[in-house]
Design a protein around this ligand. Structure first.
Ligand code: SF4
Ligand code: SF4
Length: 197
């Protein structure tokens, strides 16, 4: 029985290896595309991407957060600070909710631990800075950061704005990155691949 299982496991790993090699070979013969980031285009990550944190709100516009501090406790970098208070409706909310992104691992543990579906890591990845104090983000900013993308894995139009510091704004236009890389002949494979990502 054990040797049979070993055989199956070996086959599974062997097939995985072949799959990996086929993907590598496929890339060797795929088209090379240079994305004109950030002047004209930018990558829209998949919904599983763990980018800039954001705080969710309910229908009344109040934060979902009940300031239980579980996210702060579970954070391996101790980069979340929550200070609770009671609002005028008698609900426990955060008066302070700071995240020091310069120390964050983007592990997503805070999102997993949250019992109120209040915090998540979203689509925004443009947060590099020369000054780490820019990376200390507070409650009010966190509630304005865009959430997760519904449909990622595409390239969208973009425009670089450098008057008020470097800022990339999305513009109209979107295309399927994988279709351009692999061409029409491999559309079925592409669909399969994007489905799994
Ligand atoms: S993503 Fe991880 S490291 Fe970053 S704040 Fe959340 S728990 Fe901490
Ligand atoms: S974000 Fe979630 S885990 Fe963190 S304090 Fe608020 S309710 Fe608690």
């Amino acid at each position: 029985m054990i040797s049979k299982m070993r055989g199956w496991i070996g086959w599974i790993f062997f097939l995985d290896m072949l799959n990996g090699l086929a993907l590598t070979l496929g890339y060797m013969f795929s088209r090379t595309i240079t994305m004109q980031y950030p002047d004209k285009q930018k990558w829209q990550p998949y919904s599983r991407h763990r980018g800039h944190h954001f705080l969710k709100t309910n229908d009344e516009g109040d934060l979902n957060c009940v300031a239980c501090e579980l996210c702060a406790k579970i954070c391996p970098c101790h980069c979340i600070k929550v200070v609770p208070f009671e609002d005028h409706k008698g609900n426990r909310r955060p008066s302070v909710f700071d995240i020091d992104l310069s120390r964050c691992l983007f592990c997503g543990l805070c999102e997993d631990a949250c019992p109120a579906d209040a915090i998540a890591l979203g689509q925004v990845y443009e947060m590099a800075s020369y000054d780490t104090s820019d990376l200390l983000v507070g409650r009010d900013l966190l509630r304005t950061i865009p959430g997760k993308v519904e449909k990622g894995g595409t390239v969208v139009g973009a425009k670089l704005i450098d008057r008020e510091g470097v800022h990339v704004r999305e513009t109209k236009g979107e295309h399927d990155w994988w279709r351009r890389v692999w061409g029409r002949r491999n559309k079925a494979k592409v669909r399969l691949r994007t489905h799994h990502t």
